[in-house]
Write a protein that binds this ligand. Structure first.
Ligand code: CP
Ligand code: NVA
Length: 309
């Protein structure tokens, strides 16, 4: 049984294997409609329980389709509808029940500790569907999208991130180490990546640079990533934070510093960090990016269920 909680704990070899499987499966689905099952129905009879402690559109739908296309089924729970949410049942007992009824558990949580606690009590695999510190399914899928569009291994490309040092960036930083790619980060001085992640990077070989200047971070970029300045449940003075990012907005003027054929990616939902002119430009591949979550998460599920070919 394998969990998918943080890219840190998964080997580069396994991550590459997941992407390879996703590529094959995506090609084989070309003639199939949304709910048709992949040949061999590798997860036939399996139930994935999904639980969301905060909102989600893409993660919820993509895991629904992912398990369905593999021949299994899913049930979505809201934590506030369980006894656990009201404090009337322990996490341990809840986890035991989830393990009895279900075969896998996908959790979007407001607490990294919660995900770890569930992992300790569950006897089925757990997948992190976004936590305060990481968004690993998103970022692995984004690597897939980059390589699909650029038709090159990501290690041969210049990747830039302009924006907040949040959960998505943390996972991108770990991916930069795991897949050995150049990552230039552009963020304001007081919104630098946290010490914990920088310490992890220090102990690994990496090609990561941090600039407090968006232009410097974007020069020669093949891929430009961004995300909302205010994340879900970000407990900050929103007005103040937004004003501190005014020089880090993705504008067509800024994009002139990237390569001519750069692509723009954003996990969505978006805020005001990206100009519509860029967001709706031909360089923006955000819809393809969103749909690829289904393909990559299918291979993540197979990895967790020990069924990766
Ligand atoms: N990108 C992403 O995880 O979107 P949702 O919050 O809608 O799931
Ligand atoms: N950083 C964002 C990602 C949303 C998918 C958040 O945590 O809200």
């Amino acid at each position: 049984m394998k969990h998918f909680i943080n890219l840190k704990n998964i080997s580069s070899k396994d991550l590459r294997k997941i992407l390879k499987d996703a590529k094959k499966r995506k090609i084989h689905r070309k003639k199939l409609s949304t709910l048709e099952v992949d040949k061999g129905a590798p997860l036939k009879g399996k139930l994935l329980v999904q639980m969301f402690e905060k909102p989600s559109l893409r993660t919820r739908l993509s895991f629904y389709l992912a398990i369905k296309q593999l021949g299994g089924g899913t049930l979505t729970l809201r934590s506030n509808e369980l006894h656990l949410g009201g404090g009337e049942e322990t996490l341990g007992d809840t986890a035991k029940i989830l393990s009895t009824y279900g075969d896998g558990f996908m959790l979007r949580s407001d607490s990294d500790k919660n995900i770890e606690n569930f992992r300790d009590y569950l006897s089925i695999p757990i997948i992190n569907g976004l936590s305060p510190s990481s968004h690993p399914t998103q970022v692995l899928s984004d690597i897939f999208t980059v390589e699909e569009i650029k038709r090159k291994p990501i290690s041969k490309l210049n990747i830039s991130w302009i924006g907040d040092s949040n959960n998505v960036l943390n996972s991108l930083i770990i991916a930069a180490v795991k897949f050995n790619f150049k990552l230039n980060i552009g963020c304001p001085k007081n919104y630098m990546p946290k010490k914990k992640i920088l310490d992890w990077v220090k102990n690994h070989k990496s090609k990561i640079k941090i600039f407090n200047d968006a232009k410097k971070a974007i020069i020669n970029a093949d891929v430009v990533f961004s995300d909302k300045v205010i994340s879900l449940n970000d407990k900050v003075n929103k007005k103040k934070k937004l004003s501190q990012f005014k020089n880090f907005k993705i504008t067509s003027k800024l994009m002139k510093f990237a390569k001519k054929d750069y692509i723009f990616l954003h996990c969505l939902p978006r805020g005001s960090e990206v100009e519509e002119k860029v967001f709706f430009s031909k360089n923006s591949k955000v819809w393809q990016q969103a749909l690829n979550r289904v393909h990559v998460q299918k291979s993540i599920l197979l990895y967790c269920f020990g069924k990766l070919r």
